[in-house]
Design a binder for this molecule. Sequence first.
Ligand code: NCN
Ligand code: DMD
Length: 337
Amino acid sequence: MPDARFATLDDIRAALTGLPSPDAQALSGAQARNGQLTKPPGALGRLEDLAQWYASWRGDLRPRIERPQVAVFAGNHGVASLGVSAFPPEVTAQMVANFEAGGAAINQLARTFGATMTVTPLELDRPTADFTQGPAMSEDELCAAFSVGWDAVDPAADVLVPGEMGIANTTAASAVAAALYGGVGWVGAGTGVTGAALGRKAEVVAAGLERHRDALGDPLEVLRRLGGRELAAMAGAVLRARHLRVPVLLDGFICTAAASVLERAAPGALDHCAAGHVSAEAAHAALLERLNKRPLLSLGLRLGEGTGGALALGVLRGAVECHSGMATFAEAGVTDG
Ligand SMILES: O=C(O)c1ccc[n+]([C@@H]2O[C@H](COP(=O)([O-])O)[C@@H](O)[C@H]2O)c1
Ligand SMILES: Cc1cc2nc[nH]c2cc1C
């Protein structure tokens, strides 16, 4: 793609430097305001921290949320041909049509929590290469997908929820997580893989790690060799959001694995991200622990699409409305303790 925003991995590396920080003045103003609101200190629990975190990234001690964006990215995977999913790869394009028609879970949740939703299919008729045989993507392909994600973020958005759809992408996400953090236990059921197929999935991940062993010290190479287009696009979107100071609510295992690439490449790169939920895919909890992020919700979801992030948007909206809309003790004439 000649007009891609990022043409090389080094272009992406450059965008991972000089990242904006949260606004210390907005944070201290928000902390002071929080102490004056008509409630016992700390009585809104984690909502208080969440609102202050949001205020610090927006640079506004009394922010409002008006334009949340759910951005769903879809990709197809070469490893799908190895029997690692409970569903066939044509489901990816079929679900994109469902998103476009408004019939998926994420459509209902985005509407419920007042978010706009964009859907971006990434070359679905050209799956990534089977990563047990070679890199999933060329440098050009990785950069093109990363650029699409970067460009999909609405600069006027005030919260981003990245979501994904891609048959076999838990295999890619497991390989990425294993390569970034090492250890075992990164492979799970995905759409419902059990028995011999689950064993095959673990072998596929192990074969990918072995095949690319010498290149896995570089997180962007991990994404290129073992990831997929929708993972690359989510990473691009999360990085763009950081440059725009748009807070992000991470979704499930695949979304978090994609974002982890940024954190491994530039520690602190996910400070503008909160974990929307913890998925039933067991490796998600392990990944959130590595990232030192405590999920807002734990509802047993394992759908992806951005559904856990969108549900957490309800929590974030509640937190920010309380913080910015509540009366202070002085305003309400309530006696402070
Ligand atoms: O978000 C999660 O944690 C999650 C966990 C399991 C499965 N998924 C979804 O299921 C698909 C991948 O599952 P699989 O078995 O095909 O690798 C993909 O479309 C994901 O959105 C998502
Ligand atoms: C039907 C279906 C819907 C999905 N949404 C996200 N991943 C999915 C996987 C399947 C199989």
